[in-house]
Design a protein around this ligand. Structure first.
Ligand code: UDP
Ligand code: MG
Length: 312
């Protein structure tokens, strides 16, 4: 017997949960044919919902003891919910999915096959269309992925969802990253492992509404930049460098000009040289402090130094 844990974060999802459960039962039937030895467990995370989400989960649990849940004392965010779910799950395989059916349960058999039969450590999904989403939001998303891939060492896949099947080993690796500010897509990518990407078309949510506002997404992308890149800190060093070099050129220019044409506004040449020179060196020094701060910042995350995929 082996176990697949389904981890489902829920914030104000009383309307969507029953649909989700029904869909999953259909998917389970498909699994019963191809993987008779496989059983399911469900870990619902109520992320501080203000509606009847937790009651709905409780009543499902009465009829099905494979359902477990954690109810948060307040809203901690989806990232925290996923972490809680991964740490509670007992499965040999784990899958994180949204409750609103925007992560199509129909894909699950194919994803599971990749991990169970094809030797992958994880099967991830990405949306290839953003149909039904405001154009401006899609544009910002595209720009964001382009920027992240330039300033960060790890790969960010455009349209990637948090919907992912993974082995126990990969889940344990994710749990080892105990940082408080979590950007799950980055963490998935940081821990590595062989991942099969499965593409699908965007689906509208079944009930309820999206928890994301435009500014929410903006903050979220900021989280990603701060969490996975120290590029903004190194930027100051480059700027300081450029300003210092410009200051030197300016000083040479001002000296030559003063020698040739005299000093009509008395004191100006020396003044401007001093100002520009110190602005440059100050920026450079701030940048150096920033570089050390960047290293300290990464150290305080206490991430593992390596993650093994296999060893004997
Ligand atoms: N969610 C959560 N905590 C939050 C925000 C969202 O647990 O603070 C859950 C939500 O219930 C849903 C999933 O995360 O199951 C994705 O949220 P949503 O559908 O709002 O995001 P979108 O699909 O619009 O990106
Ligand atoms: Mg959704």
């Amino acid at each position: 017997m082996s176990l697949l844990s389904v981890i489902v974060p829920c914030l104000n999802e009383e309307a969507a949960i029953p649909f989700f459960y029904e869909e999953m039962k259909k998917v389970e039937e498909r699994f019963a044919d191809s993987y008779p030895g496989l059983s399911f467990e469900y870990i619902f995370i109520d992320d501080g919902s203000k509606d009847k989400t937790v009651d709905v989960i409780r009543s499902l649990r009465k009829g099905d003891n494979r359902i477990h849940y954690i109810s948060f004392s307040r809203n901690f965010g989806k990232e925290a919910a996923l972490y809680a779910g991964l740490s509670k799950a007992a499965g040999d395989w784990l899958v994180c999915m949204d409750v609103d059916l925007q992560d199509p349960p129909d894909l699950l058999p194919e994803m599971f096959a990749a991990v169970a039969d094809e030797g992958y450590d994880s099967a991830a999904t990405r949306r290839v269309t953003r149909r039904g989403e405001p154009k401006i939001r899609s544009w910002f998303a595209r720009m964001f992925y382009r920027l992240m891939n330039r300033i960060s060492d790890i790969e960010f896949v455009d349209g990637a969802r948090d919907y992912r099947v993974m082995t126990r080993k990969m889940a344990d690796a994710i749990l080892e990253l105990g940082e408080n500010n979590r950007f799950t897509k980055g963490i998935y990518s940081w821990v590595g492992f062989n991942t099969k990407w499965i593409e699908f078309e965007n689906v509208e949510r079944i009930a309820g509404e999206s928890k994301w506002s435009f500014f929410g997404l903006f903050r979220y992308s900021f989280e990603a930049i701060l969490g996975f890149s120290t590029a903004p800190l190194s930027f100051v060093i480059s700027l300081g460098f450029i300003v210092t070099i410009m200051a030197f050129l300016l000083i040479i220019f001002v000296i030559i000009r003063t020698l040739l044409f005299g000093d009509p506004t008395s004191g100006w040449p020396s003044m401007i040289c001093i100002i520009v020179f110190f602005a440059g060196t100050q920026l450079l020094c701030t940048g150096i402090v920033g570089a050390y701060l960047g290293k300290t910042y990464l150290e305080t995350k206490n991430r593992p130094i390596f993650i093994a995929r296999e060893e004997e």
